[in-house]
Design a protein around this ligand. Structure first.
Ligand code: ATP
Ligand code: MG
Length: 337
């Protein structure tokens, strides 16, 4: 059976890493067909709008999108096109794995294998209730936490643990200070956790979590937290294992899911053909898991690891002399083998 996915090639290094990623996917007999759609800067130039209706329709119909980085031009209506996409499709779960890989110059070349599950739709990101007094001397921000939003994200984390054979979920909060908002999140999390007696649940205050992550990251398995804490913690985790070139993310909702690299469009290296394609490839591996093709996802991850181990055609950010396409071909060769 053929599964059609929406493919957004993006801008900056986007088209280069997408071509490399599709090259690898094409060698894997996945039964995927691609429907290309525009968003961001490219869409504005071609169609006069950042998020054309045809792109929205394509994602709505296919329910799965693989997306390269998108630039949001300043002063074009949205503060971020990526945040806007998450909002429009109610992609409430932002799932960011952080895993040690060999030969990445990271501080933790082994031992880290964790997933941050970040609530993606509420918290400090609702954009409502922000105000600055007329004299510019006082600013206010409203955070929104709901039982429904907390329940579904914590449930997502526990289901993910079960599905992937993971053992522990750490609920990260600040309920000692943010008694109402973070308090409601923690209370809801405790209730959900009771329904998963097979998974260990522990609670950790966000500041301590940051220290623990830097000192003993191997103690974490799945972290679930609210929007702003998740934003910060998942970048911290990406940093632990070697940074942006290897950090993928999935944005998952009930009706659609978008898979991507965490990094941006990297205008400083765009057009040079030297961007590391691994973050988007690892995003594609998350997509394959989501599509029920876990064996293929595992084969892809193993090929990436083997290529890193062999230091075969690595891109300059990893200290190699390869380029985007030669790296992708080295990975594809190890899958086919
Ligand atoms: P944007 O505004 O789209 O986020 P940016 O200028 O913030 O763009 P990022 O893409 O966030 O750039 O990247 C930050 C730094 O990391 C840049 O120096 C960039 O070259 C580097 N970088 C990001 N992604 C990659 C990649 N896939 N391969 C190699 N280097 C990368
Ligand atoms: Mg950036």
């Amino acid at each position: 059976m053929t599964q059609t996915i929406t493919v957004i090639r993006g801008d900056g290094i986007g088209p280069e890493i997408m071509d490399a990623t599709l090259h690898v996917l094409d060698t894997m007999n996945l039964g995927l067909s691609y429907e290309f759609a525009d968003a961001g800067l490219v869409a504005l130039e071609k169609h006069g709008e950042l998020l054309p209706a045809a792109t929205m329709d394509s994602i709505r119909k296919n329910r799965i999108a693989l997306k390269s980085p998108l630039t949001t031009p300043v002063g074009e209506g949205f503060s971020s096109i990526n945040v806007e996409l998450r909002k429009r499709f109610d992609l409430y779960a932002n799932v960011r794995p952080a895993k040690s890989f060999p030969n990445t110059k990271s501080r933790f070349p082994s031992g880290v294998d964790l997933i941050t599950v970040r609530e993606n739709t509420e918290g400090a990101y609702i954009g409502e209730g922000q105000s600055l007094s007329e004299d510019g001397e006082t600013a206010m921000l409203t955070q929104k936490i709901t039982r429904r939003g907390s329940d579904r994200i914590v449930r997502y984390a526990f289901d993910l643990a079960r599905r992937t054979g993971r053992k522990k979920v750490t609920v990260v909060h600040k309920a000692n200070i943010l008694k109402s908002t973070s308090g409601l999140f923690l209370k809801t999390a405790r209730e959900v956790a009771q329904q998963y007696p097979d998974i260990q649940c522990n609670e950790m205050i966000v500041d301590n979590t940051c220290m623990q992550l830097v000192m003993r990251p191997e103690q974490f398995d799945i972290i679930v937290t609210t929007n702003l804490f998740g934003d910060i913690i998942s970048d911290l985790c990406a940093g632990l294992v070697g940074g942006l070139g290897l950090a993928p993310g999935a944005n998952i909702g009930t009706d659609a899911a978008i898979f991507e690299a965490v990094h941006g469009s990297a205008p400083d290296i765009a057009g040079k053909g030297i961007a590391n394609p691994c973050a988007l490839l690892l995003g594609a591996a998350q997509m394959l898991d989501h599509l029920g093709q876990s064996e293929k996802a595992t084969a892809l991850r193993e090929a990436i690891i083997a290529t890193l181990e062999a230091k075969d055609s690595l891109t300059p950010d990893l200290g190699g002399e390869g380029n985007t396409m030669s790296f992708a071909k080295a990975i594809a060769g190890r899958i086919a083998a």
